[in-house]
Design a protein around this ligand. Sequence first.
Ligand SMILES: Nc1ncnc2c1ncn2[C@@H]1O[C@H](COP(=O)(O)OP(=O)(O)OP(=O)(O)O)[C@@H](O)[C@H]1O
Length: 385
Amino acid sequence: MGAALRIEGLSKAFAPGRPAIDDLSLTVEDGEIAVLLGPSGCGKTSTLRCVAGLEQPDAGRIAIGGNEVVSASGGVFVPPQRRELGMVFQSYAIWPHLDVRENVAYPLRRRGVSRRERAERVDAVLDLVGLRNFADRSVATLSGGQAQRVALARSLVYEPRLLLLDEPLSNLDVALRLRLRDELRRIIKRTGLTALFVTHDQSEAIALADRIAVMRDGRLLQFATPTELYNRPVDGFVAEFTGAGNLLPATLLTAEERKGVALIAGKRLPVELARPARSGTAVTIVIRPENLRLRPAGTERLDRAALPGRILSRRYQGAQTSYSVEIDGLVLEAVEAGSLPRFVEGDAVEVLLPREPAWALPSAASIGVPPGIAPQLELQTSDAA
Ligand SMILES: Nc1ncnc2c1ncn2[C@@H]1O[C@H](COP(=O)(O)OP(=O)(O)OP(=O)(O)O)[C@@H](O)[C@H]1O
């Protein structure tokens, strides 16, 4: 028994020279929810369709549960109906002339499952998706969220080897989408199924996934847990695509292996390096706005991690307020939780940098600080503790 899903060297081009999928490799473990995340046109749906057997790749291999279903070079192509997959799409695709129970029972009827077993399995799966009381309702009378749960129940009822979901929540209103995404994770986890889920919505990916695969231009940039991805993005694109982030230019004062100290707005900041780099190298520091703290200027002794600044603008968002803060020529974004904003435009504030080392990416260009400059820069910090 191999991994639940193994994709190796997958490539597909619909037009010459413009690959929709570009040498993509990905392994999804048994019982894992993997999410393909990326901007429109990056190749998420094409990848899912290759796994489903709705598209033939130009190169690469796909194995489901250890069984090869596609090998472009080996001439293997198992048709979709023999891959034992569950599929849920944006459009619910349920039969309008059948009631809820008949819709969910349909795949079992097609597989020749007995009437009695059908009834038991349909009841169990309707319980799971919270639609037991709707079993005899016509699907025409259901809300969007209920209809999508019927589609989900129908794809779960025959216990597929792999569940494929393509933006299944995107037709629903915001409140329902948020509720159903949490429910969806709970339901999939209770069945123990392996799932591959496509979305362009980073908050949906973070809430649903065990691991997220970020794609751009057909390529896989990073495949990692939501916390790893959010806190240790491999590059600026992943950092920005996974949520708001401050990408700040800085210079490494010291560096050893993956640890270092960077100079940012005249302050020394401990950093963790995405890739080993030498002192004097230009880096980009990634700090999430919610990891910065604000306090009124002059309330306490200016300590090592506090940067004096001024509020440029604020955006009140109800549960939180976002601030743009100007610090020594840099503009930082900071977020404060709570429904009452504490600062107004023009306020003098201090920005407290996180205590734990900040994440530093190699910058495209190194500014190459000449030897001897770094110690001088260090002396400029008012309180180099
Ligand atoms: N059948 C097709 N014929 C021609 N080009 C296609 C076809 N399907 C996809 N493409 C192209 O391949 C690229 C990847 O498309 P794909 O649908 O996989 O992206 P996606 O990441 O799922 O985007 P979205 O989030 O908008 O659905 C796009 O440039 C798209 O235009």
